[in-house]
Structure formats: C-alpha cells, structure tokens
Design a protein around this ligand. Structure first.
Ligand code: BF8
Ligand code: SF4
Length: 639
C-alpha cells in the first residue's frame, strides 16, 4: 500500500513510513486487515440481541433466510440496530453535557476551581430561560441556569427545557404532531434501549420515529446544552489565528497533546502548562507546548488559539513523532491502540475521566473539585518525562499551515455588523437572495481509515466553494480543511468569484484581507452553533429552517455521533450527506424512509421533516447532489 493512498497529510505519510520502519502498527494498517468487511454487518442485518442468535438474515431480499429465530425481519432488525447505534452516538454527548452541567453547578457553589468567563452568554441564557437577571450575582444566576438544565435529566414529563430554549417554533409544531418531543435525556435513552431489547418493539415505523426523537435528544440535551454551558464557563469563542499539522509539535519544548472532547480537562492542562512553564526552562527546554487532537483540539483552538497536531485517523502518529512527553485523553474517539504505540516511546498516555479507563494508560482522576490537582499532576509528569526522550527516535514533519477559527454565531454576527450594525444578518441574507452565496453547507464529522484521510472532506468543500456555496465546518472535518489551507484567506483561490467577493467584503470591513472560505465553528457539540445560525437566519427571513437552501455533509464519517448529529439535522429539515454508508441497506423500508430514494414506501423523513439522508462516496457527486437540492429549495423560496 502506498502511504499517499492512505492520507493527504504529508506529515502523516512521513510518520507512516517511520512507523513501518519501527514495526509499529497503526489504524491505517489495521483497516486493511479488516477487508473485506462482512456484508451482514455492513447492511445492518446481523442481530445479536439475544442468545437464540446471533441471527443473520438476507441483506438483498434474495439469498439467505428471511427471518431470525424469533421471526424478526430485515426491516425490524435494521431499524432496531440503527436506533441502538443512534443511542450510542447520542449518549456520549448527553454525558458530556451532564459533566459540564455539574462543573458549572459546583463552580457556582464555590466548590470547583473554574470561573465563569462567559458573563454575557450567562445573562443572555438566563433571560431566555425567563430568570431574573438584573442585579443578580453571576454565581447565583449560573446556579439557577444549571438547575434548570438538571431538570432535563430528572423530570418525568414535560418537554426538554433546552429544546424549548433553542428550537424554532415551526419545528416544535412538526415534532409535537409526530409525538416525538423528548422530555428527560436519560429517560429517553433508557426508553430507546428498552424498545430495542429482545421481544420489545418490532414496528419499524415506530422505531424510525424513536430514532428521530433520539436525534432531538442529541441536538438539545447533547449539543446545545454542552455548547451553551461551556460558553458560560470558558467564554464564547472569538476570531483566533493558529497553526495546523504535525509540525506544531516542537522539538525543543516539553510537548503535551490533549485528545478527546472535554474542555474541563484540556483547559486545566493548558492553565497548568502556563503556571509551570518555567520548570521546563530549568530542564533545558524552551517551555511547555500544548497541541490538540480531535475535538479537545477544537475546544482549545476556538477559545485559546491552541495549535492542532492532527485529527482522528492519525492520532497514533502524533506519538510516533517521538516528541510527546504526554498524551492526555478524556472521552470519545480515543483509539485503544494508542496504548500500544505509547509503549514504544517515553510518552505517558494518561486517562482522566472517572468513568473512562484505558487499558495500558495511567490514570489521573479529573473531578470538578480535583481539577487543579489533576492539571498540576499531569503537567509535572510530562516535565519529568522530558529527560527520558530518546533523541534518536524523534522525527517531526516540518511544515505547518496558518488557519483562522473562532467563528461562533456571536462572532459571525459581529463581523457582519461592520456592514450593517442595526441588522447584521441582512447582508448575509441579501447575498443569499442575490445568489452571490448560493447556499450554506456544513462540513462536519470525522476522518475514517476506510477513506483517504482528509481527501473527501477537502474535495467536497472545494467543489462547493467553486460553486459559491458558503462552507462552515466543525469537528475533524474542520481539521481536514485547516490542514489543507481552507481555513485561511489564502484558500479563497478555490472559491467562485461571487463567493470570494462576499468573503473579501466582510473581511475588509473588519480589517482582514478576507474571511477564509470555510468558517470553523468548533467541536462536534458545536454543531449546535450551526443550528443556531440556521434558526437565526430562518427567523430573520420569516421562513422555517426546513425551507433554507442549506445542507450538511459528513464525507468521512466514522462515529455513531456523526449519525446522531445527522439525525438531528434531518429532523430540522436539513439534508445530510454521508460518505461512508450507515448500516441500513439491508432494509428497503429503513433505507427508503431515510433517503426517499425509491417510491414504494410511503413515509419518508423528507415528507415528514423536510430533510433526508444522502449517501454518496464520490465527493464531487456528493457536492453536486447537495447543490441540486439547494437549487430546489432556492426555487421554492422564489430565489
Ligand atoms: O466529536 S469528528 S472523529 S473527534 S466523532 Fe471523533 Fe468524528 Fe473527530 Fe470529535 Ni466528532
Ligand atoms: Fe435472533 Fe431474534 Fe434473538 Fe435477534 S432477537 S438474535 S433475530 S432470535
């Protein structure tokens, strides 16, 4: 296999060669060892829900048996499996939200060593929740906000407070009619698992509605709640400039990589690296250098401008530079294979969350109260490892790329206000109406060793830009764009003329040469920011979100989280493209309901919600399919 077929990232290519020379195995190689994949698994018709099985039924309607031992059909098995997958996508975000909620609560009560940096966000949310904000102490207000959020994990009836807070009224009406308004996130998760249990729900249509409901749990008590409370605690992101690629790991520094998702951990590591920076100098290093991987990278990038080493598929390769003293992980997207790689170097792999332990890693417990002890202990351990570094094993690929990030909705609105202070969204809406911006597409989600790393993400983006579609991005996809120069004004060369002139005008009104062609809006929970932007645009235009000429795309999806986030956007009436198919093709009913592709099955998400799933592995074709849909939605709006 050629390294150039595995990834676009030249730094990762170089490190893959090094890994091979040192006989270290990585995900890129293990992905090949799994081929060819089992068709029953790929199409979703393998059921392991009870010990009469596992049962495998026909995945193409012809060969093989039609029913499992209990009589379950392919439609039923696929629908149950999909619900269970969407629950596994939603739950990590819901737990993420609950962790931040408790941190905020304990901070407000003076028990945890964090401060409330997002005063304006706290007051805005307090007002929207109907709380008294005038003259109320910040701590008291934060406590009240956290206690309302806590009801979304406790109440036995009623609708999620965060859904009421963030959803557009038209959408709520649609969901209410379909009886899928969620109440309490934990209750909904338990309810969904109960549905999928052996001998419980077998009606595929009811299971599909449960899937859409889980999408709403994901959207409001996963994504929105996490972002909102994180902004209250750590501040709302503002425009920042940073560097991308493996070259951000610095040979003459003590290097600590933060990897995972939970900013309560990574922010404390950053804080303590600053406090203990002079200790590095005593060891002969220039200082302590923090670099990010995956969404921990996004959180620190958005609020602190911290540089990004790499994204999901190449996380192991960061250790193979031989120059990481520690890799600190919390939750989600942490490859167990990291431990095996770390063993070959002086790098200490350290897990932090009480509920998430990693075989072969050491552990320093993070809790809100013990956050400072954790931060100090981990940074001190990294310092102690610096003299153990084996210089003969160090190879850091040299290049870095400049990138901009920090595009919260608040920041976007502020940039637009330079064009129209009293009505900042108007210039954007006018640009859309005139066709200078054809539409907006969010490129989100992962990298996946099944796909050449960063390739599909950047190709979809470039094809959209060429056609004057404004791109916003989150997650590891945003990293793909960053590594390839699309988060910098230099990337304007890929834009159609009309889009380029809009981005230049907004940039210049703000003292920048231009805005980058893709606006980095944050981590995967920050897909809530994209939703906020859509709701704000639709509301200002006087239409429903489902009518907007927009789409979402996850060209290199691997995580069930990408599917649960996608489900949320389909429920909003937004088409969602994926480049790696979900395991649904074994069921004509489920596939048709989600993709609206064939005609026999009468109920589709497209009809009920206004959004559908698009599966397309070819990035150019995918972009074109989204553009066709954007044109249809434009036409329906009379544009
Ligand atoms: O939550 S984009 S690979 S790191 S799942 Fe994972 Fe996918 Fe990266 Fe962030 Ni999101
Ligand atoms: Fe087989 Fe039914 Fe058990 Fe699934 S639930 S393993 S289809 S018997």
């Amino acid at each position: 296999v050629l390294m150039t077929d595995l990834t676009m990232d030249t730094g990762v290519q170089e490190l893959l060669v090094k890994a091979e020379q040192e006989t270290i195995e990585t995900a890129f190689q293990r992905a090949k060892e799994q081929e060819p994949h089992c068709k029953f698994g790929l199409t979703g018709v393998c059921c392991r829900r009870c010990l009469q099985g596992p049962c495998r039924v026909t995945f193409n309607g012809n060969k093989g048996v039609k029913r499992g031992v209990c009589g379950a059909t392919a439609d039923q098995i696929v629908a149950r499996n999909l619900l269970s997958l969407i629950v596994e996508g939603t739950t990590p975000h819901v737990e993420h939200a609950r962790e931040i909620l408790h941190t905020l609560l304990e901070t407000a009560e003076g028990k945890a060593p964090y401060e409330i940096k997002g005063k304006e966000k706290l007051i805005a949310i307090g007002k929207q929740l109907g709380l008294m904000v005038d003259g109320v102490e910040l701590d008291k207000l934060a406590r009240e906000v956290a206690l309302i959020a806590l009801q979304d994990f406790q109440q036995q009836s009623g609708v999620s407070h965060w859904l009421r807070l963030r959803a557009q009224e038209q959408s709520v009406e649609t969901w209410e009619k379909l009886n899928i308004l969620p109440s309490n996130a934990h209750l909904e998760i338990a309810n969904a698992i109960n549905k999928t249990a052996m001998g419980c729900e077998s009606d595929p249509v009811s299971l599909l509605l449960a899937i859409m409901k889980m999408g709403l749990v994901e959207g409001y008590d996963g994504l929105h709640l996490s972002t909102d409370l994180q902004d209250i605690l750590f501040g709302t992101p503002r425009l920042v400039k940073t560097q991308y690629r493996m070259g951000v790991i610095k040979e003459d520094y003590v290097n600590i990589a933060v990897h995972g998702h939970i900013p309560m951990v990574s922010e404390k590591i950053l804080e303590w690296s600053r406090k203990l920076n002079n200790k590095a100098q005593a060891l002969g290093a220039q200082g302590i250098n923090i670099v990010g991987i995956c969404c921990s990278a996004n959180e620190l990038l958005m609020r602190q401008g911290v540089a990004v080493a790499t994204n999901y598929a190449s996380q192991e390769l960061a250790i193979i530079t031989g120059a990481l003293e520690a890799m600190v992980v919390d939750a989600q997207c942490i490859m167990p294979g990291l431990a095996q790689v770390a063993e070959c170097y002086h790098t200490e792999l350290i897990s932090t969350l009480p509920n998430i332990k990693i075989e072969g890693a050491s552990h320093v417990d993070w809790t809100p109260e013990a956050a400072d002890q954790m931060g100090e202990e981990i940074v001190r351990r990294a310092l102690a490892h610096y003299p153990e570094r084996d210089q003969s094993k160090v190879r850091i690929p040299g290049d870095t790329v400049e990138a901009y990030a920090g595009f919260s909705v608040e920041q976007i609105v502020e940039l637009l206000a330079a064009l129209n202070g009293p009505d900042p969204l108007l210039p954007l809406i006018e640009a859309i109406a005139q066709g200078d911006i054809l539409g907006v597409v969010a490129i989100v989600g992962c990298t996946n060793p099944k796909v050449k790393q960063d390739w599909a993400n950047t190709e979809v983006a470039k094809e959209l830009m060429r056609n004057n579609v404004l791109v916003v991005a989150t997650g590891c996809s945003a990293h793909s764009l960053g590594k390839n120069g699309l988060l910098s004004p230099a990337g304007l060369q890929y834009c159609g003329e009309k889009l380029a002139s809009v981005l230049t005008a907004i940039g210049q009104a703000n003292g920048l040469p231009a805005l980058p062609p893709a606006l980095h809006m944050g981590s995967c929970v920050d897909n809530s920011r994209i939703d906020d932007l859509l709701v704000a645009l639709a509301t200002r235009m006087g239409v429903a979100v489902r009518e907007l000429p927009v789409a979402g795309s996850s060209p290199e999806n691997h995580s069930p989280k990408a599917l649960s986030i996608g489900t949320f956007f389909i429920a909003q009436g937004v088409d969602v493209h994926i480049g790696v198919n979900a395991p649904i093709t074994g069921s004509p009913l489920v596939e048709q309901a989600l993709t609206a592709n064939k005609g026999e099955f009468s109920v589709t998400t497209d009809e009920l919600f206004g959004g559908k799933l698009i599966y397309e592995a070819d990035p150019i074709q995918a972009a074109q399919t989204m553009i066709v849909r954007i044109m249809q939605k434009r036409q329906a709006l009379g544009l």
